[in-house]
Design a protein around this ligand. Structure first.
Ligand code: NAP
Length: 253
């Protein structure tokens, strides 16, 4: 297993939720972390509370120049790049009867294409360190939630591209994997304008019961899985379910 100490890790979407938890987790174990996102103040707040191990770079993952700037900042901050964590993403819900092309394109652009393009840019750096590209998939690929087809299909794409990237980059000693989290209370649904804070809390409370373990997860529990995938030198191409048993489809029948 690789040591986390001394790693240089770029985490998109590092200003909140799972990305923020991952940044805190790696920094606490001696990594240099670079976090990115669009909200300057949010990022600055997180970076300041983590301390000098963390650098924040404001940018939009859908913009090519911003992706280049994120990568350059991570390489400068950490002196190299060992791990790219593609955590930036949005929730996209739309009923099938209401599909609009612009909405679906935005979903795929943000949740799939941006991570693919950033990964492409990162390859020369990761080749030097025999590093890893990690994605956030979702248990939406194991459970079908009506209304969530745009989001679910982006996460299915992430799982598919993980396998092909792993196959293509393996001989260059770059590993690729994704984590499929169950429900982890974050601001993702609030940012999408889907629910109020109260509604979001109520929904997470309700879905807790669908997990075999009877509760939702934490960003730290996802960060622990990301740490494992970043360190495990003979693991590539996997989709690791870290979901408290949500994907089992437990039924009381
Ligand atoms: N929470 C869950 O239950 C769950 C379950 C399965 C998978 N996931 C996945 O885990 C990842 C993290 O989600 P989360 O739950 O931690 O939600 P979150 O707290 O909302 O984090 C997502 C982050 O992505 C950033 N982001 C979104 N669009 C961006 C863009 N165009 N450019 C740059 N940054 C962008 C957001 O920051 P800005 O708005 O400041 O840019 C935000 O900080 C996502 O890929 C999500 O699909 C979450």
């Amino acid at each position: 297993m690789r040591e986390v100490r001394g790693m240089s890790v770029l985490i998109t979407g590092g200003g909140s939720g799972i990305g923020e938890g991952t940044a805190r987790h790696f920094a606490a174990r001696g990594a240099k972390v670079t976090i990115s996102g669009r909200r300057r103040e949010k990022l600055a707040e997180v970076a300041q509370s983590i301390g000098p191990a963390c650098r924040a770079v404001v940018g939009d993952v859908t913009v090519h120049a911003d992706r280049e700037a994120m990568l350059a900042a991570a390489v400068e901050h950490g002196g190299k790049l060992d791990v790219l964590v593609n955590s930036a993403g949005n929730m996209y819900r739309q009923a099938i009867a209401d599909y609009t092309e612009a909405f679906l394109k935005d979903a795929f652009n943000t949740n799939v294409i941006s991570g693919m393009m950033l990964s492409s840019l990162a390859v020369p750096h990761l080749e030097k360190t025999q590093g890893a590209i990690l994605f956030l998939g979702s248990i939406h690929n194991r459970r079908a939630y009506p209304g969530a087809s745009p989001y679910a299909t982006t996460k299915a794409a992430v799982e598919g591209l993980t396998r092909v990237m792993a196959a293509e980059l393996g001989r260059r000693q770059i590993r690729v994997a994704c984590v499929l989290p169950g429900a982890v209370p974050t601001e993702i649904n609030l940012r999408a304008g889907l629910f109020t804070a109260e509604q979001s809390a109520a929904r997470y409370a309700a879905i807790a019961n669908d997990h075999a373990l009877g509760r939702t997860g934490t960003d730290t529990e996802i960060a622990e899985a990301i740490e494992y995938l970043a360190r495990a030198e003979w693991v590539t191409g996997v989709a690791l379910e870290v979901d408290g048993g949500l994907g089992l489809g437990v039924s009381s029948f």
